[in-house]
Write a protein that binds this ligand. Structure first.
Ligand code: ADP
Length: 161
């Protein structure tokens, strides 16, 4: 039987418990899940790609089906290059839905063979985003419980200096 491979693309700047929830649930459905850091994101980042990659690798080390990678260019082209059948995405709010609907349709237009699959955020994570984690940490707030422990340490250090 062919392996069911999915990619989970995003900026992960930094990885949050919301991302982890999607990764853990995704890993229970697919044979392989590749967490893929988008290098060409237009968002300005706090952590460089290597820092993000190493934080994610540590956080997913207990999940044998999960690997971490970085990619440039079109997500669909990257998915094809990895023999993936699906792009996994998470949905938090209505605002996510509108953006994701457009992206999913655009991606389907580029390649009809790659399906975008959505998972609803869990109740503990619906308000968590990389953006608000950074904002709270920048202003001296506590982000414990919103990011994995390895990430917490790095976030605190970033805003300490
Ligand atoms: P963010 O939107 O937090 O800056 P990314 O661009 O790295 O993060 O997001 C990658 C994917 O993870 C997107 O599909 C996004 O909707 C999803 N995601 C991010 N945070 C959560 C969360 N708390 N619950 C569910 N999905 C999430």
């Amino acid at each position: 039987m062919t392996e069911r491979i999915a990619i989970y693309p995003g900026s992960f700047d930094p990885l949050t418990n919301g991302h982890m929830d999607i990764i853990e649930r995704g890993a229970s459905i697919f044979d392989k899940l590749i967490v893929a850091i988008a290098k060409d994101s237009r968002k300005t980042s706090l952590f460089d790609v290597d820092e993000r990659m190493s934080m994610i690798e540590q956080a997913v080390s207990h999940l044998p089906k999960v690997t971490v990678d970085a990619f440039g260019g079109l997500t669909v082209m990257y998915a094809i290059s990895k023999n993936a059948c699906a792009i996994l995405r998470g949905l938090r709010a209505v605002a996510d839905f509108e953006y994701e609907l457009q992206m999913a349709n655009m991606n389907r237009k580029i390649s009809a063979n790659i399906e975008t699959m959505f998972m609803m955020t869990s109740d503990k994570c619906f308000f968590v985003s990389s953006q608000n984690v950074k904002e709270v940490a920048r202003l001296g707030g506590d982000v414990e419980g919103l990011v994995p422990p390895q990430v917490l340490e790095k976030v605190i250090k970033k805003f300490d200096s």
